[in-house]
Design a protein around this ligand. Structure first.
Ligand SMILES: [Fe+2]
Length: 278
């Protein structure tokens, strides 16, 4: 299998409003990440633009629809489309979420939480193995934000995430904002979560903004990264060492300069840790 080889640098999510500028101006960005499903296409301008951008930047394919934890059979058509895209763009990483979103043949447009049980662990690890086999490459699995918990949970979220990595051998895409949002909403210690994660399993980190205007934090990917998430990110880099880090922004997408400014902040934190290690 090809190695996961994202640069240890800060990247940004590549979104449609910025594609033309990134293609023509080629700004200095560590790497880019796209949502895989947006490029399940037979051709057209978006795929053509991605081909060009791909020649200038390391690229990560980030899936939102494979439904790794669903009790439904795997969506073979979706998986075949992902394989086709990965074969075309030869990404530095392919990632999916630790969630479910498909039931009785219907796809739900959400990343829904799993119960933290042995049964769910077994199912997810089998799926990871099957997906990696079909893709012929390793995948990264991302922890999600969730607004409910199950009464049947047999372990804490961080134990479940660490066990997925340990049992399946997959790498983790650790979303530090999701950890913070869940820590506040469910009342646990975000640093204890980091302590439970094996550092060598972490292959990528996500950072994003949340909405704090309601009764709980909502992971809306629509704002600058909040100060406590930057603090938790510093803690994560201190614990795990520098890791490829992505700025995610999916709603109310701002000017590219705003994304690059957030990426520059992450880059400074990565470089400070590099300097300490050197
Ligand atoms: Fe994320």
């Amino acid at each position: 299998m090809p190695a996961t080889s994202l640069p240890v640098a800060a990247g940004v999510g590549l979104r449609a409003p910025h594609m033309a500028r990134i293609r023509t101006e080629r700004p200095s960005i560590g790497w880019l990440e796209v949502h895989s499903e947006n490029f399940f296409l037979d051709g057209g301008p978006a795929l053509a633009a991605l081909d060009v951008i791909r020649s200038d930047y390391a690229l990560s394919l980030h899936g939102v629809g494979l439904s790794m934890g669903s009790a439904d059979p795997m969506d073979e058509t979706h998986l075949a489309q992902l394989r086709r895209l990965a074969d075309r763009v030869e990404p530095a990483a392919v990632s999916e979420h630790l969630c479910w979103g498909r039931i009785d043949g219907r796809h739900l447009n959400d990343l829904l939480p799993l119960p933290f049980t042995d049964e769910a662990l077994g199912l997810v690890c089998e799926r990871i193995d099957a997906v990696q086999g079909v893709l012929g490459r390793p995948i990264l699995i991302e922890n999600i934000s969730a607004y409910v918990r199950f009464g049947c949970d047999a372990m804490a979220e961080w134990e479940f995430v660490a066990e997925v990595a340990s049992r399946s051998g997959c790498k983790l895409l650790l979303d530090v904002n999701n950890i913070y949002v869940n820590a506040v909403n469910h009342g646990f210690d975000a640093r204890a979560y980091l302590e439970a994660i094996p550092g060598d399993a972490v292959a990528e980190i996500h950072l994003a903004g949340y909405d704090a205007s309601g009764a709980c934090l909502i992971d809306n990917h629509g704002a600058r990264i909040a100060p406590p998430v930057w603090t938790l990110y510093r803690d994560a880099i201190e614990r795990f060492g520098p890791k490829p880090t992505l700025i995610e922004w999916d709603t109310d997408i701002p000017a590219l300069e705003v994304l690059l400014d957030e990426a520059a902040k992450a880059q400074r934190i990565l470089e400070a840790r590099h300097a300490i290690a050197a």
